[in-house]
Design a protein around this ligand. Structure first.
Ligand code: NAD
Length: 437
């Protein structure tokens, strides 16, 4: 099929290249010309494992091209995916739909023949209706079916998630789009990936409900972890104990510094806003957001406490900046709040991240960067592990300790075992374990 993918970001690029890999003819369109030029030169603007190789192979096979000409791409396409950003609107937390609406207007001017317009961006309930109305108003002759097909991939494992999804949700109101979407996803369908057809509004809500539920699950275990610390219980064992119950499941039960990233913070806020607009308050989600915001700030206080109650003039080394491993994405990463809290208390911060330092430089000011975990440890009064990159999982503890001024290690991901760290002479603080264990 001839597919146009509008927005060549984390979602658009991965989705576009995977659809090309299925054998479709894909043009990835972005209005960021530097991005398109870089892609044409074979440079991948984001870090995502396996992406560079897959792009190269599909470009070489002639199935994947990059363009900034949306009109031409829309004219030629049988299916147009919209994968532009939907960030939080400043002030009220509503999803900012200006990019989606702009693309709808541009598409309207150019489509020819029956075309399926698929919203992959995460958008509030009713956006599909709006997109259809915008297209109809701008070009009454346009013959389009607007479909909602939310994306569930995880950054860092995006290609695997796209190729082996738990489900594909397709919300439509025009039955002609069903056969087209079946054809788009046929290779996955053959792999038995369940294609779930719903109404368009239902599909839009499924995405927010899924993300809000996962954010609640993480926040729940974080609160349980706090309780464990005060009661002498062990949060990791509690998580395992409840996770083995099939009704609960083991995923998203790792206590940590609070959720961040490009989706959970903005999607939970947007769901609260949708609830308010529809007089159906999302109180659990509201509380989840409040708890999580407080938690990120509390993490810097935890570091201060581990340093004896004072960090002024001390050097704190930070391991990991991105919101999770295997990505360079810094959007709403917990490290931003934690580092800000440390700087506010007069600490000097030195950080290292395997992939996120370029992006971090534009969002975190006033810190120094180092080129390895050991360089971060040099002269540090404490180390804080914020993101559990693999290379932080088996650090040479003797070398680390020898480099540090004071061997304080705050492990916000519970990568290390308390006994092991104590044996190696560290003052170690994890998450959700009783003091002194
Ligand atoms: P992103 O910011 O990485 O990419 C968006 C791209 O759209 C940018 O390259 C931007 O230049 C381009 N763009 C904006 N306006 C455009 C226009 N008018 N024409 C052409 N291109 C335009 O965003 P992302 O992380 O890929 O997210 C995209 C959507 O997918 C969001 O709604 C997000 O909520 C959703 N989503 C993201 C993830 C994730 O893990 N990142 C997962 C599931 C869903």
């Amino acid at each position: 099929m001839k597919i146009a993918m509008v927005g060549a970001g984390y979602v658009g690029l991965v989705t576009g290249v995977c659809l090309a890999d299925f054998g479709h003819d894909v043009v990835c369109v972005d209005n960021d010309r530097t991005k398109i030029e870089a892609l044409r030169r074979g440079e991948i603007p984001i870090y995502e494992p396996g992406l560079a190789e897959l792009v190269k192979a599909n470009v070489a096979a002639g199935r994947l091209v990059f363009s900034d000409d949306l009109a031409a791409a829309a004219r030629a396409a049988e299916v147009i995916f919209v994968a532009v950003g939907t960030p939080s609107r400043r002030g009220d937390g509503h999803a900012d739909l200006r990019y989606v609406h702009a693309v709808a207007r541009d598409i309207a001017a150019s489509v020819e023949g029956f075309t399926v317009v698929v919203t992959k961006s995460t958008v509030p309930v009713g956006t599909g209706d709006e997109v259809a109305a915008i297209i109809a108003a701008a070009n009454p002759e346009a013959d389009v079916a607007v479909v909602s097909n939310p994306e569930f991939l995880r950054e860092g494992a995006a290609i695997e998630d796209f190729k082996r999804p738990d489900r594909i949700v397709v919300g439509l109101e025009d039955e002609r789009a069903r056969a087209v979407m079946n054809e788009v996803y046929r290779p996955l369908y053959l792999n038995q990936a369940p294609l779930m057809f719903t109404g368009r509004r239902t599909a839009e809500l499924i995405k927010y409900a899924a993300n809000a539920f996962l954010a609640m699950k993480v926040t729940f275990i974080n609160e349980i972890a706090d309780l464990c610390e005060r009661t002498g219980a062990d949060a990791q064992q509690v998580a395992r104990g409840i996770g083995l119950d099939k009704r609960i499941g083991p995923k998203f039960l790792h206590a940590g510094p609070g959720f961040g990233g490009s989706c959970f913070p903005k999607d939970t806020l947007a769901l609260v806003k949708i609830g308010q607009d529809n007089e159906s308050p999302m109180r659990l989600v509201e509380t989840t957001i409040a708890i999580n915001d407080q938690r990120k700030r509390a993490m810097s206080r935890r570091v201060v406490a581990a340093c004896g109650g004072e960090v002024r003039g001390k050097t704190i080394g930070v391991l990991g900046l991105t919101f999770k491993p295997n990505t360079d994405d810094m959007r709403d990463a917990p490290s931003i709040d934690i580092i800000r809290g440390l700087l506010d208390r007069g600490a000097q911060v030195v950080a290292y991240d395997p992939q996120g330092m370029d992006a971090a430089r534009s969002v975190i000011e006033g810190i120094a960067y180092a080129e390895s975990a050991y360089a971060v440890a040099e002269g540090a009064d404490a180390l804080v592990l914020i993101t559990e990159w693999n290379e932080f999982r088996s650090l040479d503890l003797d070398r680390l300790k020898a480099a540090m001024q004071v061997p304080v290690f705050v492990d916000l991901r519970n990568v290390y075992r308390p006994e092991e760290m104590a044996r190696n002479g560290f003052h170690y603080v994890g998450i959700g374990r009783p003091a002194g264990s």
